[in-house]
Design a protein around this ligand. Structure first.
Ligand code: SF4
Ligand code: ZN
Length: 266
């Protein structure tokens, strides 16, 4: 996933997975001669993200890693909490995780590119990845399914993404973080509800009754994906007409969502 001489941006929220990934990559970077820089995205979820970013910063400070933060409020003109309130006032149905996910990916890519990163590492563990596989099967979202994998090379303007913890069960990451006494933020996001939670509970029940199910779902998905050649999404990279970021259509998804909320800056 990483070669000597690379500059790897690690997405660090302050949770157990990203803090563990940060420490592991920082240690591996010393041995294998690559650089590590941390990126945190502050979506503006009061009482949750502010605390987790404080923990992320304590970790990067303790090991002397460069750390940049991108705030929704600064880049999009509103916090996620503010977007949720705005949507309520406008009587729009807004699923916070959709806005959060799209805009967080947008900012992570932008900041990773701006800090000169050659890879962007995210801390998705086995549980996260299998949940994403199930969710996108249920939604029939082939485009997202083809982006799931250990390494995702996209197009110009997109920093290649890697998921070093993709085969490690969430419980093992938690135990490792505990044994290493890492400082982590353990609270749950107040917006974490809906189908994601149901899929997680279903998979945990399945794993408890039939051990190794999660890993088998991942392995089967990888082999089906390879056989179906679901790996190269054909799209031409363009620049978003509004913000200039790379996108597959005229206007990027973030600008579309901001436009619906009336938050696009003139
Ligand atoms: Fe964002 Fe949803 Fe995750 Fe909360 S649960 S951090 S809103 S994606
Ligand atoms: Zn845009």
């Amino acid at each position: 996933m990483i070669s000597p001489g690379e500059r790897v941006a690690v997405a660090v929220s302050g949770g157990k997975d990203s803090v563990t990934l940060l420490h592991l990559l920082a240690e591996l970077g010393e041995m294998k001669k690559f650089e590590v820089v941390a990126i945190s995205i502050d979506e503006g979820i009061r009482g949750y993200r502010d605390r987790s970013i404080r923990v992320a910063k304590e970790n990067t400070n303790s090991i002397g890693i460069e750390h940049v933060t991108g705030e929704f409020e600064r880049y999009f003109g509103e916090t996620l909490d503010g977007m949720v309130r705005l949507a309520k006032r406008k009587k729009m149905s807004l699923y916070p995780c959709t806005y959060c996910g799209v805009m967080r990916r947008y900012l992570l890519n932008k900041l990773a590119r701006e800090v000169g990163a050659t890879k962007l590492a995210t801390a998705h563990n086995l549980d996260d990845e299998v949940q994403a596989i199930m969710l996108n099967y249920i939604r029939g979202d082939l485009s997202r399914l083809q982006r799931l994998g250990p390494v995702y090379f996209s197009r110009e303007g997109f920093v290649p993404r890697i998921k070093p913890l993709r085969e490690i069960p969430e419980k093992e990451v938690a135990v490792y973080a505990l044994l290493r006494k890492f400082k982590v933020h353990l609270a749950k996001c107040p917006y974490a509800t809906g189908i994601h939670t149901e899929i997680r509970d279903f998979l945990n029940g399945l794993e408890a009754r039939h051990p190794n199910s999660k890993f088998m779902i991942l392995r089967t998905f990888d082999s089906v994906k390879a056989r179906l050649s679901l790996h190269s999404e054909e799209f031409e990279t363009r620049s978003c007409k509004i913000c200039g970021e790379p996108t597959s259509s005229d206007v990027c998804k973030s600008c579309k969502l901001l436009g619906e909320l009336g938050l696009l800056r003139p």
